[in-house]
Design a protein around this ligand. Structure first.
Ligand SMILES: *[C@@H]1O[C@H](CO)[C@@H](O)[C@H](O)[C@H]1NC(C)=O
Ligand SMILES: *[C@@H]1O[C@H](CO)[C@@H](O)[C@H](O)[C@H]1NC(C)=O
Length: 665
């Protein structure tokens, strides 16, 4: 017993030291390719054990035992590596298939036959587990049991592993040429492009990642199958059931063909797949958690004409007051009962002479719940009024002049109005080789920030998951000393309330390492910071000198292709819609913050809101870009939100098993 233990240990150690492929703990994307080479080489070496020209029927049992143990040692090493990678791949792969099954329409689901694929993959996996159990505990089992199992694995039965992996492969690369014979990856790519919205944003990964995760799961299953088949032949030869050299060679050839053709297909599908992803709406909207608001930028405000001009006259009509301020509070009128607007008063209009006003709880940020005019028009949603309504009546002055109550917009920069956006850069820790892996909007000290998630970049596009963290945003207040408007932060106002919407992408060979806002004229403009890196080593290259800011400085007054405005049509409060948001803007556009609709919300809310959900990947990956866009529904204010572009792995996929690279024997 102890002899055998030592032998296995030696075999394992030897294997590690002579292992020419060699990979560390940083398993992840692209490593299925390395693993495949590793397994093929390992199996090649394992054949040597049973390939000596010995007649195993005539050798004494202890030697047979030793040879068997050696073989199982090799197998152990291989299954160990497969299991190591499986932790990552199966999680992501299963999640991906589950996501696809849940989110795709029935038509597509049937077309993809994913249930069948999943069934075959599960069957292969169950076989692999049994195989592992038999070999790990081979002392507890009779040789006959192992032999039987090996026979089943390589048998002609339709459920044999040989047949299972051929069947799985036809999902990736169908043998026919007809339209119905399109591979699952290509079909999925088509569907991911067609099915907008929910499907993509629920997946927490870009379509390119979806394809790759699915492919990885399939490739891993094939690898398990291939290992089982080869070891089964070895066992059968060891137990003197035949030579199996030819069978094994055919299997190896088929495996290489399958792997290489699948690799070509996945490479092509991935090159065509989008690398963007963004968040759907949450199940429930929670202020401060899933969304943030700019507050009281432009807010519906009732004031009498008499207070809107310095002379205190009522000679004009409301529409004359397009840009004014509150000049006083005449008499003991309604102006005594409400908080005065100490800023600009804009865009006044007249609806009716007399009204009931339902005041809102001051903590809600609203002035009014609703306003009901005597002529029946209601601004906002009429519901029970907790603190009772106020009757507000216009009056006549000397029979000539009507002192009307006007409905205006108030733009007041006060402690009630959170209207600031951080303009300081948020950059990952470059000296620790950190890159940006996620983004979100947060509000801190009344200032909106983009918070970054960072993680340490590793070789071949991996991220060290243990280092991933949300970097705390800067902790300053606009009232702090040496903090300047237009430099540290941007202040929205009626004149300055446009946000540029752009997708920004790094040049090849660069990764996202930061974001910030700057001002271009009256617009707030988004920028990304990108740094050059080496894919194979995973090292940022001289980050202080190779990093650059990228933006889209196009404006709405450019002569060619000017930036276009995204219009919100009578927008209601964004969280009131039950329909999921869909993207409504493209790159090279902008949106203005605006008051909610007068009729639907008495213009009490500033829209759009900002999406505060964490935008992070199912598995952290480096990013090659980021974007800011608007999502929503018609007649609702929607959300300004962020998207990211995942790093393009497709160009790093090469055929796994070219002849020069893999030496067996
Ligand atoms: C198995 O067959 C191959 C080719 O047919 C032959 O070269 C080899 O010697 C055989 N091995 C054994 C152990 O019989
Ligand atoms: C960045 O990483 C370095 C090295 O690990 C560390 O000393 C430094 O404190 C980090 N900087 C920040 C801002 O976290």
């Amino acid at each position: 017993m102890s002899n055998r233990g030592t032998l296995i240990l030696l075999v394992i150690c030897g294997f590690f030291f002579t292992d020419s492929v060699g990979f560390g703990a940083d398993l992840g994307v692209l490593d299925i390719i390395k693993l495949t080479k590793f397994v093929v080489e390992g199996i090649g070496k394992a054949w040597n054990i049973v390939d000596q020209r010995v007649d195993f029927s005539s050798i004494p049992i202890p030697i047979l035992d030793k040879t068997e143990a050696k073989l199982f040692g090799k197998l152990d090493v291989i299954t160990l590596k497969i299991d190591e990678l499986a932790v990552n791949i199966e999680g992501a792969g299963t999640n991906t298939i589950a996501m696809v099954l849940h989110n795709l329409p029935d038509r597509v689901r049937l077309e993809l036959r994913l249930n069948d694929l999943l069934k075959y993959m599960t069957q292969t996996d169950v076989n692999f587990r049994s195989f592992q159990r038999y070999t790990v505990h081979h002392n507890d089992f009779e040789r006959l049991t192992l032999e039987d199992f090996a026979r089943v694995v390589v048998g002609h039965d339709s459920n044999s592993v040989v047949n299972l992996i051929e069947r799985i492969h036809t999902f990736v690369a169908p043998t026919g040429r007809g339209i119905a014979d399109t591979g699952v990856l290509e079909l999925l790519l088509k569907d991911l492009t067609e099915v907008e919205g929910d499907m993509l944003c629920n997946s927490k990964q870009s379509p390119q990642q979806v394809l790759y995760n699915l492919y990885n799961a399939i490739a891993l299953t094939e690898l398990k199958g291939y290992s089982m088949i080869q070891f089964s032949y070895m066992l059968l030869r060891l137990y003197n059931k035949g030579n199996f050299t030819t069978e094994s060679q055919i299997m190896r050839q088929r495996f290489e063909e399958r792997t290489n053709s699948a690799m070509e297909i996945v490479k092509k599908s991935m090159a065509d797949a989008s690398r963007q992803y963004w968040n759907c709406d949450p199940k429930r909207h929670i202020k401060g958690e899933t969304y943030e608001e700019i507050t009281q930028l432009l807010q519906g405000y009732v004031q009498n004409e008499v207070d809107l001009n310095p002379e205190g006259t009522c000679r004009e009509n409301c529409a004359e007051y397009a840009y004014t301020k509150s000049h006083g509070c005449f008499g003991n009128q309604y102006c005594r009962q409400q908080r005065r607007c100490n800023g600009k008063i804009l865009d006044c209009r007249y609806f009716d002479s007399d009204m009931w006003i339902c005041p809102a709880d001051p903590l809600s940020g609203r002035r009014y719940e609703y306003i009901e005019y005597e002529n029946g028009r209601v601004l906002g949603r009429k519901q029970s009024c907790q603190h009772g309504t106020n009757k507000v009546d216009s009056w006549w002055r000397w029979l000539f002049w009507h002192c009307s109550y006007c409905f205006c917009l108030c733009d007041e920069q006060s402690s009630n109005s959170d209207r600031y956006v951080n303009m300081r850069p948020a950059i990952s820790n470059l000296s620790s080789n950190m890159v940006v892996t996620g983004l979100r909007f947060v509000k801190k000290n009344r200032i909106i920030h983009i918070q970054i998630q960072e993680g340490k970049l590793l070789p071949r596009g991996n991220i060290d998951a243990s280092t991933v963290r949300w970097v705390p945003v800067e902790d300053y207040k606009i009232t702090d000393r040496k903090i300047y408007n237009g430099q540290d932060y941007h202040t929205f106002s009626w004149e300055k309330r446009a946000v540029d919407l752009d997708d920004l992408e790094a040049d090849e060979g660069h990764v996202l390492t930061g974001v910030r806002f700057k001002e271009i004229g009256s617009h707030l403009n988004f920028e990304i910071f990108v740094t050059k890196f080496d894919f194979d080593s995973g090292k940022l290259i001289n980050p202080t000198s190779t990093s650059v800011w990228k933006d889209n400085s196009n404006t709405d007054s450019s002569t060619t292709n000017p930036r276009k405005k995204v219009w919100l049509v009578t927008p209601d409060i964004p969280t009131r819609t039950t329909s999921p948001s869909i993207p409504t803007s493209k790159s090279d556009e902008y949106i203005e913050l605006v008051n909610s609709d007068i009729d639907r919300d008495a213009a009490q809310t500033t829209v759009p809101f900002l999406d505060a959900q964490k935008l992070e990947s199912l598995q952290p990956v480096p990013l090659s870009g980021a974007g800011i866009f608007h999502k929503g529904r018609k007649y609702f204010g929607g959300f300004i939100t962020l998207k990211v572009m995942t790093y393009d792995y497709s160009r790093h996929i090469r055929a796994a098993l070219s002849d020069e690279e893999v030496e067996t024997n």
